[in-house]
Design a protein around this ligand. Structure first.
Ligand SMILES: Nc1ncnc2c1ncn2[C@@H]1O[C@H](COP(=O)(O)OP(=O)(O)OP(=O)(O)O)[C@@H](O)[C@H]1O
Ligand SMILES: [Mg+2]
Length: 316
């Protein structure tokens, strides 16, 4: 398994990113990380934490889209034993668990609106009560948030509060897609291969056409997709990794959708059909995972799990 999770890269875009991290890290400013899926947003968040004065305090990550609105308050604030049915023990919320470190709000634009209100209130006062509690809890936290959507669009769509966006985006950082840092593809691929060779005590290498094929791909799954493809090719290779040319990438928007209908050929494997339906629904709701999950009749958490799995498959 490729473990390395450094901010690797030699392109200008990678250098700019590294510089933003170094600048933002020692400050107290809230950081909003914006970038496509698999570009390394969580890696950036951890890098900021690790370079900050809070590096020895906890780094707590929560996925805002996977939180059920009715449990939001308890997730954030924790609850006292017996405060509601099923509250069998006093539990700390994520604010308390992250204190005095960093709270990473992943997929922040997917946060249920009621939770956005709660969050704003705590950001303003730094104190709150546990659900069912009277004791006032004070927290000192650095907030880092991330999203793969354009947050301004989410504001315009009415799913994200503009006052929260201003609070979170004191220091915005955009993480470039792999397409925008093409010169890093071969470099990253080689570094990942070196790591695998070292682990397995092997000396496998890329065929010449492999590197060309990697560079020609559009990488909708970004670095995550690159890692997975290298790992798979490494396992299959005896000596030389052979990565065949990629078929033209089907972006979600390139599905055959007409007037709200999706055309799926008979004989399509069920997993591919399922993926097509999920991607088209997500596209239809402009990337709003809460609404897409509702329409699909699955929980946001299940939708996240599916998307994560799609991100791992070779022909995303
Ligand atoms: N610069 C990098 N060097 C090495 N590995 C990286 C780098 N950036 C990202 N990765 C790897 O790519 C994968 C995806 O990274 P990460 O989870 O941070 O992406 P993300 O932007 O948070 O994606 P998502 O939006 O899907 O949550 C991880 O396996 C991570 O280790
Ligand atoms: Mg992430």
């Amino acid at each position: 398994m490729i473990k390395s999770s450094k901010i690797l890269g030699r392109s200008g875009a990678a250098f700019d990113l590294a510089r933003s991290i170094v600048k933002a890290a020692p400050t107290t400013a809230s950081v909003l990380i914006i970038g496509e899926s698999g570009t390394g947003k969580e890696i950036v968040a951890r890098a900021i934490h690790n370079r900050s004065e809070r590096k020895n305090a906890p780094f707590v990550a929560i996925n805002c889209g996977a939180i059920t609105p009715s449990l939001a308050e308890s997730e954030l604030f924790g609850h006292e034993k017996g405060s509601f049915t099923g509250a069998s023990a006093t539990t700390m919320g994520c604010f308390e668990r992250a204190h005095p470190g960093t709270l990473f709000l992943d997929e922040v634009t997917e946060m249920p609106l009621a939770m956005q209100v709660l969050l704003l209130r705590v950001l303003e006062s730094s104190r709150y009560n546990r659900v069912g509690g009277t004791e006032q809890i004070n927290v000192d936290l650095r907030i880092i948030a991330a999203t793969n959507r354009d947050p301004k669009e989410a504001v315009m769509a009415g799913t994200f509060r503009s006052d929260l966006l201003y609070r979170l985006a004191v220091f915005p950082i955009r993480v470039p897609s792999l397409r925008e840092r093409k010169s890093d593809i071969a470099y990253l691929a080689q570094r990942f291969l070196d790591e695998l060779n070292q682990q397995e005590k092997s000396s496998k290498r890329f065929s010449k056409s492999s590197l060309d094929n990697l560079e020609g791909h559009s990488w909708p799954g970004n670095i995550r997709e690159l890692k997975n493809i290298i790992t798979r090719a490494f396992i299959l290779a005896d000596n030389e990794l052979d990565i065949p040319p990629f078929s033209p990438t089907r972006r979600p928007g390139s599905l055959e959708v007409k007037q709200g209908f999706l055309k799926i050929p008979i004989g399509t494997p069920l997993t591919n059909a399922q993926r097509a339906i999920i991607m088209a629904t997500l596209e239809h709701f402009a990337g709003d995972k809460q609404r897409a999950a509702l329409a699909l009749g699955i929980s946001p958490k299940t939708l996240y799990n599916r998307l994560e799995r799609f991100g791992d498959s070779p022909d995303t």
